[in-house]
Design a protein around this ligand. Structure first.
Ligand SMILES: C[S@@+](CC[C@H](N)C(=O)[O-])C[C@H]1O[C@@H](n2cnc3c(N)ncnc32)[C@H](O)[C@@H]1O
Length: 438
């Protein structure tokens, strides 16, 4: 994870980083940003701190944690100002622009002509391109209305050769208003993620998810034993029936409870299967560790091979994502920004697919702030830009909750390891360089 150091002469020699603190006057309010020096912090020559967006700093003496910058204003101007500081530094760009489907809400508009929309996207994609690391990834979410046109545009801006995937994501349920027109068109429940690389060698971590389906449920039933003491040497392991273990503990043995327990304790939930290699081995203990001639470690269990559920319950995802829940999004990040808000679990998947802790993530259409919130929770630095008032009313409070650790919704529910702490600062442009001739 990156460290947040106070600004000193020597740290000024280092590249500017998101979240570097603005000057604070004696009254404790933020003053105009004065920059980090002639060659540093060029974005701040055109910017001022925005105290209403907040400046969450670590407690005195606490360093480290993710850092973020929340920028209010038109993204084209801000992206242009970023060029000096962030050229070639962003590992992951996630964009969720207005889809041009006249579906804006009280928070933002979505009503452009087709040509106008393409020009709007073209300018912004070209402003983003220099910021992307050569091994970085840009991922743009879009629905069918402009998907094909946007793909051609992205082929042109980022190079067709750098197109990595076009992922289809299930984004809604077969219910509600869309079901009233089924006699005219099939209900639209999917969107696309257009994924491009930065031009260099790109590596992704293919997402792995819990298997589902009847086949897996049948397979799960085989796993009936629990290792009570997995920390002991193998020959001392004590195996008990999971059902009996739960009954002894006074817990439910209903199918759902049994399943949940197995998944939670998967690293010590086992069953045994026939194996030629194992049946040829003799042992004076019921359990022992053996190594195959090719160096693979097995657990011999009375002439059979021990299988651990944890090693057989995940599968690699392809480019069809149907498992992300899009219901109850109002509970994520609070506020009434519902239309257009994306699930935290979707952003977590994208961010984990193409970054590591400490990497820099950028979202130029921040909306309710999902990208920054998730990046922060996952220990990544972030930059977000939003032109609407919800920058102040929704994003800033959401990120304050994340930094303070009071946001317990979204991905926090499945991940106790979500990061708290770190810092973020708000800014807005005072001079728009995107309109100047270069
Ligand atoms: C679909 S929403 C993004 C939702 C977001 N992914 C989330 O999970 O909350 C698109 C956002 O882009 C913002 N936006 C549109 N044009 C913009 C521009 N030129 N500069 C900055 N933000 C812009 C809108 O105000 C809106 O909040």
């Amino acid at each position: 994870m990156t460290q947040h150091e106070p600004t000193t002469a020597s740290s000024q020699a280092a590249a500017a980083a998101p979240g570097d603190a603005p000057n604070v006057d004696n009254a404790g309010t933020h003053e105009t940003w004065t920059g980090l020096g002639p060659d540093q912090g060029t974005r701040h020559r055109y910017a001022t701190a925005a105290p209403d967006l907040g400046h969450e700093a670590p407690e005195s003496g606490v360093t480290g944690g993710p850092r973020g910058e929340l920028w209010r204003g038109d993204n084209l101007g801000v992206l242009t100002a970023f060029r000096g500081d962030f050229e070639g530094r962003v590992k992951c760009v996630y964009l969720d622009p207005p889809y041009n489907i006249r579906s804006g809400n009280e928070h933002y508009g979505d009503r452009r002509g087709h040509q106008q929309w393409l020009e709007f996207m073209d300018e912004r994609l070209r402003a983003i391109k220099p910021l992307l690391r050569s091994d970085g990834i840009i991922c743009v979410q879009i629905d069918d209305a402009e998907m094909a046109y946007l793909q051609v545009l992205m082929d042109e801006v980022f190079g067709r050769i750098n197109r990595i995937n076009t992922i289809t994501v299930k984004m809604s349920e077969l219910s509600g208003v869309k079901m009233t027109h089924v006699d005219r068109r099939l209900p639209k429940i999917k969107e696309s993620l257009l994924v491009y690389g930065g031009g260099g060698e790109v590596r992704i971590h293919a997402p792995r998810v819990l298997k589902t389906g009847a086949k897996f449920e049948r397979y799960l039933k085989y796993y009936g034993k629990l290792i009570v003491n997995p920390e002991a040497p193998v020959h001392e392991w004590k195996l008990v029936s999971i059902r009996e273990h739960l009954q002894e503990m006074g817990e439910s043995v209903e199918a759902d409870a049994l399943r949940a327990f197995k998944i939670k304790e998967a690293h010590r939930v086992v069953y045994r299967t026939n194996s030629k290699l194992m049946s040829s081995i003799e042992s004076d203990t019921p359990l022992k560790e053996v190594t195959s001639p090719t160096g693979i470690r097995y657990i011999w269990w009375e002439g059979k091979e021990m299988l651990f559920l944890s090693e057989h319950m995940h599968e690699t995802l392809g480019d069809l994502w149907t498992d992300i829940s899009t219901i109850n999004l109002n509970k994520e990040g609070g506020g009434d920004f519902v239309n257009g808000k994306k699930p935290e679990s979707l952003l977590a998947r994208v961010i984990e697919m193409c970054t590591a802790p400490g990497d820099l993530v950028l979202d130029a259409f921040a909306g309710s702030g999902t990208t920054g919130a998730v990046a922060h929770k996952l220990g990544r630095d972030w930059l977000m830009i939003e032109s609407g008032e919800h920058c102040e009313t929704h994003i800033a409070p959401r990120l304050r909750d994340v930094v303070r650790g009071t946001d317990v919704a979204g991905i926090n529910k499945e991940r106790p390891s979500c990061v708290r702490g770190g810092t973020f600062s708000g800014f807005e442009l005072t001079r728009d360089e995107s309109t100047r001739a270069s």
